[in-house]
Design a protein around this ligand. Sequence first.
Ligand SMILES: NC(=O)C1=CN([C@@H]2O[C@H](COP(=O)(O)OP(=O)(O)OC[C@H]3O[C@@H](n4cnc5c(N)ncnc54)[C@H](O)[C@@H]3O)[C@@H](O)[C@H]2O)C=CC1
Ligand SMILES: O=C(CO)COP(=O)(O)O
Length: 353
Amino acid sequence: MQRRDMQSESGPEAVAVVGGGAWGTALALTALRAGRRVTLWAREPEVVEAIERRRENPVFLPGVALPESLIASDDLAEVCARAEAALLVVPSQFLRAVAEQVETVLPRGVPAIVCAKGIERETGLLMTQVVEQAMPGRPLAVLSGPTFAAEVAADQPTAVTLATAEKDEETLATQLAAALSTPTFRIYVSHDPVGVEVGGAVKNVIAIACGTAQGVGFGANTRAALITRGLAEIKRLAEALGGARETVSGLAGLGDLTLTCSSEQSRNFSFGLGLGRGQTAEALLAGRPAVVEGVVNAVTVTDLARKLGVELPICEAVRAVVHEGQPIPEAMAALLRRPLTREQVTLDSPIAP
Ligand SMILES: NC(=O)C1=CN([C@@H]2O[C@H](COP(=O)(O)OP(=O)(O)OC[C@H]3O[C@@H](n4cnc5c(N)ncnc54)[C@H](O)[C@@H]3O)[C@@H](O)[C@H]2O)C=CC1
Ligand SMILES: O=C(CO)COP(=O)(O)O
C-alpha cells in the first residue's frame, strides 16, 4: 500500500465519547489534545458532576486532571447532537443497548468507532458486528491496542490500531486516525477489524491465565509460554472468523497481549493473580466498579470457538477455573498433559515499512 499523508485529510472536529469509564475518559482527554471539541457521556450522574465541578473522574480514573474544555453530561442526546464522530467506550456486554440509544440521537452518516474489547454473550458477535446491527448503515471503525487508560491519560507514548469495516473506507480510516492522533498517541490504520477485535477479546482471557500462573508462584518461563501459545489461540480464532494472522502480530494482537499479560496494572492480570493466590472470583469482583472483560469473555470466546471447531485450550482452562469451579492445579495439569505436537509457526507476509 502506498504511504499517504494522513495529516492532509480533514476529519471530524466534534467528537462524542460515549462511556465515562477509565478508557472513555482517557480517550476524551486524547481527543482534546488532538484539537477536537469533545463531549463525554457518563451513565453515572456522580461522574458527570465530579467532572463538571472538580475536573476529575474519581470513580474510574482518579488523580487525572481534566480540562475545563471537556463537557460531560448524562444526557446522551445532548452529547451526540452536534457530534461528527462517536467513540463507543462501554463494556462489551452493554454495547448493544447503548449503541441502540446512540443510534436514535447521533446525526445520520456520523461514524461510530468501537473502543470496547469483547464478544457479545448472547450472539457470539464481535463488537463491530453488534454495532452494525444496532446502528445499521453507519460508517464504522474499531480502535484497539496496548493502552492502559492511566498511561494514555498521562500522555505517555502509545500506539494503537484503527480498522475500518469496509476495505473501501480508506478515507474514513485515515481521517479518523488523523483526527484522533497526537504527538504521543499514534494511530496505525488497518482494514482487518476481525483480526483487531479478536486480539482485543481473547487477550483479556489469556491475561487472566498469566496472572493466575504468577499467583500460584510460577515465573517468567510459564508466562512466556502462555503468551506465545495464547497468541496461537488468537490467530486460530481470527483466521476462522475471516481475519488475517498478520493483524494478530500487530498492536491489537501481540502488542495488547504482551501488555496485558505482564502488568499488574491490568485488571484482567490482577484478577488472575488474586485467583492464583487463593481468592475466589466472587470476592475479587465484589463491589468493584471497573470491568474485568476476560471474565465474561472466557465464556464468549470459548463458546464461539467451540461452534467454529477451533481449539483454545488456555481460554478453556480459564473458563473451567473461573466459571466451572475447576481447581487451578487441575486446569494447569490438563494443559500440560495435552499431546505433544508440532509448533506451527508460519511466516507472515512482508510488512510495509
Ligand atoms: N481501561 C483501560 O485501560 C482500557 C479499556 N478498554 C476497554 O474499554 C471498555 C470500557 O472499559 P473502561 O472504560 O475501562 O470501563 P471501567 O471499568 O473504567 O468502567 C466501567 C464502565 O462500565 C459502565 N457501565 C456499567 N454498567 C453499565 C450498564 N449497565 N450499561 C452501560 N454501561 C455500564 C460504567 O458506566 C463505566 O463506564 C472495555 O471493553 C475495556 O476492555 C480498552 C482499552 C483500555
Ligand atoms: O485493554 C487494556 C489495555 O490495552 C486494559 O486491560 P485491563 O482491562 O486488563 O486493565
